[in-house]
Design a protein around this ligand. Sequence first.
Ligand SMILES: [Zn+2]
Length: 409
Amino acid sequence: MSRVLRDGRLVDGRRVDIEITDGLISGVHDTGTASRDLPFEDLGGWLVLPALAEPHAHLDNALIAETVPNLRGDLQGAFEAGDAAAAAGKITHEGIVARAVQAIELLLVHGVTAVRSHVAVGGRFGVDRVVALQEAKSHFEGLIDIQLVALTLSPMTGTEGAENRAALEAAVEAGVDLIGGCPHLDPDGSGLIENAIAVATEAGLGIDLHVDETLDPTVLTLRDLARQVQKGGFEHPVGASHCVSLGMQTPEVQAEVAEEVAAAGVSVFCLPQTNLFLQGREHLTATPRGLTAVQALQQAGVLVAAGADNVQDPFNPVGRSDPLETAALLVMAGHQTPDDAYRMVSNAAREGIGLPRLNVEVGSPADLLVIDSESTREAIADQPMSRRVYHRGELVASADQRTVVHYSP
Ligand SMILES: [Zn+2]
């Protein structure tokens, strides 16, 4: 069954009627010229953009900032806060499911139709959190695509890591989409990468690691990851999230490593919110921003996308689950143009998590963000909450913002 979204504005200013059939765009016509016989919705001249994607979330932690305050404000403080809350019994299955559902709803209403979430596996959690997120995910069938990455806790290597490795096997059994972990936090980072690749190969899954989430330039497991992926001929998609320490290297080293990352086909996810919050607290002068070397990676041809990472949890007490916030930070802290920043939170993010790109043209999946803005730049600047979100041609979320100035009579 076909239908028409009437009078949308394209980024080039053209006003169009968009015909949709079976979840795909089947026609783009000048406004007023699409078939009048089909059911329609009026877009009122709002801007039509490719839908947003969130390539790096932590839905098992989201929206818990009030219960789990991070008193130190750094990465270690966040881990300590999480451990203390868990030991005190403040984190329940029901609570995780309810907050994850709320976080997914927030993503949807902002225009996200695909999300990749890491979920802690091992330690005291075992696979409990995987089960909780699968339950949350079950509420969103047909509304949003959700991928889960088994974020294996460290140590993942050696005798000490046996329990966490067993938990990872159980998570694969329970049904996760990718293998994850943190090589820079493991006693044997190189071994962790090797193990992640071995488990992923066996399971036929991709990997997405938290890589070098530190300003310490002597830590550079990203190069190791690129080399191991290339040397072993690993065939599934590989994502490297954070890559903070690459931003602390000399331009020469950045360029060399970026070449290796490009050659290995590794995608990089830049995560400005959490990196700006957690990193650099010990640098009182010229505080580094903690973002990866975005420009060097782009110049080498690496796919660089961006995500919001933590949302209102001990790793970042703020954040709104709106990739337009991420895009604004890419403009301000990452020196991207608004158009490039938008691509990094929409089509690049989709490609980075293995989904097809979107365009307002015939044949494209009809995943669209329709927003009350004149241009992409204005959408990023104003981030208006007047939006319509379409997933495979279906309206999946709406928001209408009303503001009033009460001049005195
Ligand atoms: Zn993360």
